[in-house]
Design a binder for this molecule. Structure first.
Ligand code: NDP
Length: 252
């Protein structure tokens, strides 16, 4: 499998799953555009990629989203694959005073940004007959955490967006799929404001909640993304792929 001469945007590639996806695409010959807000972290990931385009950008800002697509196409001349990975977690009760502020922030980051990026990238991806992969979550498929309504809703919406856009773009020869991870060791809890003790407690609980009693490394999610982006997955569109160590099928 190789992605020689393919141009790939990976949002949220300054850490975790997105970094692993970008590094793996680059190792397989792709030209990658790295996107995140943290320049220092992006520079560290860039060292592990072959001549990437590095864009410091906030996906909740429309101007930044326009810049991500325009600069990638200007720099590399085209766009083949869009990986909508940038996202953040939340824990907020629907009863709390901050419920709506949290909801707006999470929906803007995890869903609205994906819609706008896809809208702007689609004409370019139609030209190359490329594909789009959205990084969702098992929490979009089943409510496994009670205080996570905003995140759960954003990911459920993302899954239906994946199916809707896949249906529309199929006639243009463009595939759209989703990867829905269970627990993966990344900075997501830290970046969502959890202290070290809370992070450990949540990861321990999630590990016990999986049938395989393990948590994934980011590269395991990247492997699935690479498969779905490749021609080996040419028959697959509008699908939601779970990689969760059996989190959804764990019995009591
Ligand atoms: P990390 O916190 O390690 O990475 C999140 C990435 O998203 C970072 O690169 C961050 O970059 C970027 N990001 C967040 N907000 C913005 C923004 N406004 N603009 C631009 N970039 C942004 O978490 P993960 O790697 O775990 O998360 C990646 C995806 O995987 C997310 O969509 C998450 O929901 C999903 N996921 C993760 C699971 C897990 O257990 N880890 C489980 C299921 C799904 P920066 O800080 O530089 O802006």
């Amino acid at each position: 499998m190789n992605f020689n001469d393919k141009v790939v945007i990976v949002t949220g590639s300054s850490s975790g799953i997105g970094a692993a996806i970008a590094i793996e695409f680059s190792a397989l010959g792709a030209n990658v555009c790295l996107v995140g807000r943290n320049q220092k972290k992006l520079d560290e990931v860039a060292k592990k990629c072959n001549n990437p385009l590095v864009l410091v950008a906030d996906v909740t800002q429309d101007k930044d989203i326009q810049r991500i697509v325009n600069e990638t196409v200007r720099y590399f001349g085209k766009l083949d694959i869009l990986v909508n990975n940038a996202g953040m977690g939340s824990s907020a009760s629907i009863k709390s005073e901050t419920a709506m502020a949290v909801f707006d922030k999470i929906m803007n980051t995890n869903l609205r940004s994906v819609v706008y990026l896809t809208h702007l990238a689609a004409p370019h991806i139609i030209k190359t007959k490329g594909n789009i992969i959205n990084i969702s979550s098992v929490l979009g498929l089943r409510v496994l955490m009670a205080d996570s309504f905003a995140y759960n809703t954003s990911k459920a919406g993302l899954d239906h967006f994946t199916r809707s856009v896949a249906a529309e773009l199929a006639s243009d020869g463009v595939r759209v799929n989703s990867v829905n991870p269970g627990p993966v060791f990344t900075d997501i809890l830290e970046n969502s404001g959890a202290n070290e003790a809370i992070q450990k407690a949540i990861f321990d609980k999630m590990k016990q909640g999986t049938a395989l009693n393990r948590i994934s490394e980011p590269s395991e999610i990247a492997d699935l993304v690479i498969f779905l982006a490749s021609d080996k997955a040419r028959a697959i569109t509008g699908s939601v792929y779970v990689s969760d160590n059996g989190y959804l099928i764990k019995t009591a």
